[in-house]
Design a protein around this ligand. Structure first.
Ligand code: KIV
Length: 290
């Protein structure tokens, strides 16, 4: 793995950054890829150093970084503030920036203006927005303005309250059909890929037969082109909240608490700092006081 200097830090990077056309190329070649969230520079450098191909600066930062109960309070300023350092920290990784609630649903003009702001002020590679058939005109307008759009359907957290909270969607024949129709509408509107969240696996399988763009699944089963996961979930950093579709691939929260407790213990016992952590040069201190 070649070592690369990224903003003053050394990281081993062996991957080539994906482009928008690569999403379709990967799908057509049957190559799966993976997609995680990052909301800050340090995490971005870690993901960049991994083999994961795509980063989402999701509005889930509402809960994970800002402590809100839902994603709706997040502003354009919050998103821009978090997308910028992620783009800096992950030069070899495709970065998608989420459009926050209320930033694209009023009119096509509003959607284009805010999508342009996200791209212009952060340098990320595409925008993502939630909604199916009802958002198709906004998606088409943003795409016509030259900005790549990633769709997001199924369980859409920004409007979760209107369907009774964070629940599996598409569990009846009618709602499953509506979600697939949404996917078709998003594809026709020009999105280059689509996140499908929290649906029975068979819905993603059926969707695959009706659309051609890559399906990026989170809680959508195995029959998708890419698995998406919130990094804090997959690394078990977030605490006790664990949706059914989340698998813990490491236990970072426990490791962090253990490290903090060791620091605390050694602070109290005086074991830290031992000489190797001190500036041990002897200095003759002048007796003159001011
Ligand atoms: O904001 C987010 O993290 C997302 C993912 C759940 C796909 O939209």
């Amino acid at each position: 793995m070649p070592a690369q200097k990224i903003h003053g830090r050394i990281a081993a990077v062996s991957k080539k950054k994906m482009s928008v056309p690569d999403f379709q190329k990967f799908k057509d070649e049957g190559r799966k890829f993976s997609y995680v969230t990052a909301y800050d520079y340090t995490m971005a450098t870690i993901v960049n150093q991994s083999d994961v191909e795509v980063i989402l600066v999701g509005d889930s930062l509402a809960m994970i970084m800002l402590g809100y109960a839902t994603t709706t309070p997040v502003t354009m300023e919050d998103m821009i503030h978090h997308i910028r350092p992620v783009v800096k920290g992950a030069p070899d990784t495709f970065v998608a920036g989420d459009m926050p609630f209320g930033s694209y649903n009023q009119s096509c003009e509003q959607a284009i203006a805010n999508a342009s702001r996200i791209i212009k002020e952060t340098g990320c590679d595409c925008v993502k927005l939630e909604g199916g058939a009802t958002m198709a005109d906004k998606i088409a307008a943003i795409v016509r303005a030259g900005i790549p759009v990633m769709g997001h359907i199924g369980m859409t957290p920004q409007t979760a309250s209107s369907f009774g909270g964070f629940k599996v969607q598409g569990s009846t024949p009618e709602t499953a059909r509506r979600i697939i129709n949404d996917a078709v509408a998003v594809e026709r509107a020009g999105a280059f890929s689509i996140v499908v969240e929290c649906v029975p696996s068979c819905v993603a399988t059926a969707m695959r037969k009706e659309i051609h763009i890559p399906i990026l699944g989170i809680g959508a089963g195995p029959d998708v082109d890419c698995q998406v996961m919130v990094t804090q979930d997959l690394l078990d950093m977030y605490g006790d909240f664990k949706p059914k579709f989340v698998k813990h691939f490491a236990h970072i929260r426990a490791a962090m608490v253990e490290g903090l407790n060791k620091f605390h213990e050694e602070t109290l016992s005086g074991a830290f700092p031992s000489p190797e952590y001190c500036f041990n040069k002897q200095v003759e201190i002048s007796s003159m006081k001011e």
